[in-house]
Design a protein. Structure first.
Length: 113
């Protein structure tokens, strides 16, 4: 089992630096998903709805970078409208906080799956 992290970097420039140098350490607001949270994320409708709306896939097997400001807004809306199980309400709150951070900073969201 690999570690699964979702991070909203401090700046969009940080994302560009990471794209050019995968050893670059992204800093910002992050969520380290437990196995249960990851499964809950996969079972929610976030991946499908985001793909349906944007055509961009959040891949559950590799890194996905969302750095388009409009897509960050879409991601936040999809998360807000998503369904989570009773035990994952805290995850939904953390995801909304993370997308708010990304939107406020105009940076992006990186999924390390």
């Amino acid at each position: 089992m690999s570690e699964r992290i979702i991070i909203a970097p401090n700046t969009k420039e940080d994302i560009k630096e990471y794209i050019n140098n995968v050893n670059y350490e992204l800093k910002g607001k992050q969520i380290k998903l437990t196995e249960k949270e990851f499964e809950s994320f996969l079972q929610s409708n976030i991946i499908n709805e985001f793909f349906r709306t944007t055509g961009e896939l959040i891949d559950d097997f590799e890194t996905t970078i969302i750095d388009n400001d409009d897509n960050i807004i879409v991601l936040k809306k999809v998360i807000e409208e998503s369904s989570f199980g009773f035990f994952s309400k805290g995850l939904k709150k953390k995801l909304i906080e993370l997308t708010n951070y990304a939107n406020d900073r105009k940076s992006g969201v990186v999924f390390f799956f």
